[in-house]
Design a binder for this molecule. Structure first.
Ligand code: TXA
Ligand code: MG
Length: 348
C-alpha cells in the first residue's frame, strides 16, 4: 500500500472549538473506513486502525514493517468498551483501572472473538489501555470503535514523540497524521498481566512498579527484564528496538566515555555522546553531543530520550556512547529502552 500523499491534521490539544473537533472527526472517519491514522497519546504517537477489522489491522503491520508475531495494544476511551473486547475483568484490574486510567498503563486480559486475530498475534489474550490525551480521547470517541495502535514508528526505530518523527518514518505509507504536538511521558506505557494471583510486569513504563505496588501489593517482574538468557513473556520485548543507525554503547563511567570517544575518533569515526544537561561541556572532543533532560528529574530524560536518539541519525553519528541512569523508578524504563537500543547489551 502506498499513498501519494499522507494527510496531515494539525490540532490544538486544548481547544474545544468546532473547527478542531471537525479535524479530529475527519481523521476518525478514515479509521472507521478501514484506514490507518497516526495520533498523539500521552506516551508516544500511535498508529491506529479499527481493532475489530482484520484487514485494517493488517495495514498497520504493513506500514510499520512489524513482525506479525508482535501483538498490538487496543485503545479505548470508555470503560464499557471492555465488554466487547475481554472475557473477564479480574478484581486487581478493576483497582488498577480506577487508579491509573486514563493513563500510561496497559493491562492484559482474556480476549473475546470480536478482536481481529492479527491484533493479538494469535494469543488468547488482548492488551488494552485508555490513553490520557485530549486528542486521543476525542479521536476514539469519534471513531466509536476500539483502536489497535502500536507506536507509530518504522519497526526497530525509536518511538515517535512528535508528528514530525511519524512523518519521517511513515509518510506515503499511511492515510494520515494527527499532529497534537510533543507527547508528555515520552516512553511507552507500562504493560502488566494481571491474570495470575501476583500480576507480572512485562514492560516497564510511565507507571512504575512502585506506583503499581502502592495500589495492589506485590508485582512480579518478567525475569527476562533482569537477565539476558530468559525469553520475554511479552512477544514484543524480544526485539531490538529504538535503535539509532549508529552503533550505541552504554557506558557507566564518564571518564571511560571520554577515552572511548578519543579512541573512536582516532579510528576515523563520527562520534556521538548522549548525556544530560549536567554533562554539558564534558565531551567536547565528540562530534555530536546530545543533552537529554536532567539527571535530577528522570521524567525529563524519558520525555527527551527518543528525540535524542533520532538526533544521532540526523547528524550521522557512526558510534554513540551513552551515559547510564539509575535503575530506580522511571530509570528502570529508561534503562530498558536504552539497553534495547544498544541491541540488548548491558552497560560497559
Ligand atoms: O504507550 C504505548 O503503549 C504506545 C501508545 C501508542 O499507546 N503503544 C505501544 O505499542 O507502545 P507497541 O506495539 O509499540 O507495544 C506493544 C507492546 C509490545 O511489547 C507487545 O508485545 C505487548 O505490548 N503486547 C501486546 N499485546 C500483548 C499480549 N496479548 N500479551 C503480551 N504482550 C502484549
Ligand atoms: Mg513500539
Amino acid at each position: 500500500m502506498s499513498y501519494e500523499q499522507t494527510k496531515y491534521w494539525s490540532v490544538d490539544n486544548f481547544s474545544g472549538s468546532e473547527e478542531n473537533l471537525q479535524l479530529i472527526k475527519e481523521a476518525a472517519l478514515w479509521i472507521t473506513k478501514g484506514e490507518v491514522v497516526a495520533f498523539p497519546t500521552e506516551t508516544v504517537y500511535g498508529l491506529g486502525a479499527n481493532a475489530l477489522d482484520e484487514s485494517a489491522v493488517k495495514r498497520i503491520f504493513e506500514a510499520k514493517g512489524r513482525p506479525s508475531d508482535n501483538p498490538l495494544i487496543v485503545h479505548i476511551s470508555q470503560i464499557d468498551q471492555l465488554d466487547e473486547l475481554v472475557l473477564e475483568v479480574p478484581e486487581v484490574a478493576k483497582q488498577l483501572m480506577e487508579h491509573f486510567w486514563p493513563g500510561p498503563l496497559t493491562l492484559i486480559f482474556k480476549k473475546k472473538e470480536a478482536v481481529a486475530p492479527s491484533v493479538t498475534a494469535g494469543l488468547d489474550t488482548v492488551a488494552v489501555r485508555m490513553p490520557d490525551h485530549p486528542v486521543a480521547r476525542k479521536l476514539l470517541d469519534a471513531a466509536g470503535v476500539p483502536v489497535a495502535a502500536p507506536s507509530a514508528n518504522l519497526s526497530g526505530k525509536p518511538s515517535p514523540t512528535t508528528a514530525m518523527h511519524v512523518y519521517h518514518d511513515l509518510k506515503g505509507r499511511i492515510k494520515g497524521i494527527v499532529d497534537g504536538g510533543q507527547t508528555g511521558v515520552g516512553l511507552e506505557s507500562t504493560v502488566l498481566d494481571c491474570q495470575a494471583a501476583i500480576p507480572v510486569l512485562y514492560r516497564p513504563g510511565g507507571v512504575t512498579k512502585e506506583d503499581l505496588e502502592a495500589v495492589i501489593g506485590k508485582v512480579k517482574v518478567d525475569p527476562s527484564l533482569l537477565s539476558d538468557d530468559q525469553t520475554p513473556l511479552s512477544p514484543g520485548m524480544k526485539y531490538t528496538h529504538y535503535s539509532p543507525a549508529g552503533t550505541l554503547y552504554l557506558v557507566r563511567d564518564q571518564d571511560k566515555i571520554s577515552e572511548l570517544v578519543t579512541e573512536a575518533k582516532r579510528d576515523g569515526k563520527r562520534v556521538g555522546v548522549l548525556t544530560t544537561v549536567e554533562g554539558k561541556g564534558r565531551y567536547e572532543e565528540a562530534d555530536v553531543v546530545v543533552l537529554c533532560g536532567s539527571n535530577k528529574d528522570l521524567a525529563t530524560v524519558a520525555n527527551g530520550l527518543y528525540d535524542s536518539l533520532r538526533k544521532f541519525d540526523e547528524q550521522e553519528a557512526e558510534v554513540i556512547f551513552s551515559e547510564v541512569f539509575s535503575y530506580e523508578g522511571l530509570g528502570i524504563a529508561i534503562m530498558n529502552r536504552l539497553e534495547k537500543a544498544a541491541g540488548g547489551q548491558s552497560p560497559l
